[in-house]
Write a protein that binds this ligand. Sequence first.
Ligand code: FES
Length: 153
Amino acid sequence: EGVTALQLKINGTVRTIQAEPRVTLLDALREYMDLTGTKKGCDHGQCGACTVHVDGRRINSCLTLAVMQQGKEITTIEGLAKGDELHPMQEAFLKHDGFQCGYCTPGQIMSGVACVKEGHAGSDDQTREWMSGNLCRCGAYPNIVAAVREVAG
Ligand code: FES
C-alpha cells in the first residue's frame, strides 16, 4: 500500500503528512503530528480517550480515517486553550478535581465541551448519558459531572 499526502486542518493550522490511507485520525495526530494530548485507550471506539472535535462535533478519532477528515476543522485538546488562557472546561476540571491519573482527561474535556455546546447538559442525568462513552478507570465521574455542571451554568 502506498504512502500518500494527507492534508489536515488541526487547531486552525493546515498540516500535510505522508501516510498510508488506512491511518486513523488518532494515529495521524499522535504518530505523525506529535499531538499526543489525544489518548489511545482501546483503539476501537469503547473508551472515549481519543475524543476530538470535527467541525465542532465530537468523534472518536480511533474510529475514523484521517483521509476522511481532510477539509474539515479538527480541534484537539491542544487547541482548546487560547494562549495562556485555559478553556472554561479546563478550568472547571481543575477546580473540581475532574481527574486522577489524567489519562482519560483530554477525551473527557473534549466531550464535556461538546456536551455543553450541543445542549446536553440540562441536568446531571443528561450529562451522564452524554458522557457515558468516556470511561474513567479511576472513577472520577462525580467530579467530572460537577465540572460540566459548572460550565453549563
Ligand atoms: Fe478511541 Fe478508545 S481509543 S474510543
